[in-house]
Design a protein. Structure first.
Length: 283
């Protein structure tokens, strides 16, 4: 049986070579389950500290998942891709394939907007907010080998299994602000360092509770219905209608996007609104 270290390194090497389910969680509950390495407006630097949790089967904790990065109602959203993740129909992937198939350079360029992108999702404890319990950190695969995973792997290689509940290590994430070519601020991860080896928690009962928590990333990252993705493909703007208990669609982009999930759904304005697609959105 492969060790966790072997699983992580094997997954990483494969990525280099290759160059959400519905749930009853409320929006407030769901928001507590996202770990977002994002600086709020007005703050230019900060440190965040996390502990990556081990998997029960010894496999890599870095789950590969695919999302489309699309603008909806003027805001960047990451939309779960049912084709790559579940081998199901994906209207956005269909548009991508149709555009590529024409052979026209202009269509190939347009097709990039509809291409699903690979991300990693890892289960963590936010050391600044341990009372929130397990969280999930989603970050993009970087084909230039300059991404978040590329910063973590050297620590893994040098220090071993950093997820070990007794001898693992916290990661210290250094955040800073940068600017897009258009002058808009966004967050970058400058470096990822490691702390001394220490137990996940001094209370083994709490440590075991975190390790054995059954919550998965599919419980947190929502999987939109097919008609929602079809509407996005048509250029429409889905809105959650609490009275109807479902999405309604239009081609208007003047109304603010609302997050669905039930009659108690509330609007959430991301601090990285209109950021470049590489920057993660906590939904």
């Amino acid at each position: 049986m492969m060790s966790t270290l072997d699983s992580v390194l094997a997954q990483y090497e494969k990525s280099q070579q290759s160059g959400g389910s519905s749930n009853k969680m409320s929006m407030d509950e769901r928001m507590k389950k996202y770990f977002a390495a994002i600086l709020p407006q007005g703050q230019n630097s900060a440190q965040k500290r996390i502990r990556i949790l081990p998997t029960k089967d010894g496999n890599s904790p870095f789950v590969e998942a695919w999302f489309h990065e699309m603008q909806v109602g003027g805001q960047w959203n990451k939309l779960y891709d049912p084709a790559k993740n579940d081998n199901e129909r994906s209207p956005l992937s269909e548009v991508h394939e149709e555009l590529v198939s024409t052979g026209k350079e202009s269509d190939k360029e347009l097709a990039k907007q509809y291409k699903p992108r690979k991300f990693y999702i890892v289960k963590v404890i936010d050391r600044d907010k341990p009372e929130d319990g397990v969280k999930f950190w989603r970050f993009k695969h970087n084909y230039k080998n300059e991404g978040v995973l590329d910063k973590i792997i050297p620590i893994w290689r040098n220090k071993g299994d950093i997820t070990d509940p007794e001898k693992g290590r916290d990661l210290i994430i250094e955040l800073a602000k940068a600017k897009t070519p258009k002058g808009k601020d966004y967050t970058i991860i400058q470096t990822i360092m490691y702390d001394d080896a220490q137990p996940l928690h001094e209370d083994k009962v709490q440590s075991n509770a975190w390790v054995n928590d059954e919550l998965t990333w599919r419980d947190v990252y929502s999987k939109k219905p097919t008609d929602y993705l079809e509407a996005i493909a048509r250029g429409e703007t889905p809105r959650w209608d609490s009275d109807k208990g479902g999405y309604v669609y239009s081609d208007s982009t003047s109304e603010e996007m609302s997050m669905g999930g039930g009659s108690s759904a509330s609007s959430y304005k991301d601090p990285q609104e209109n950021a470049e697609p590489d920057q993660d959105m906590p939904f």
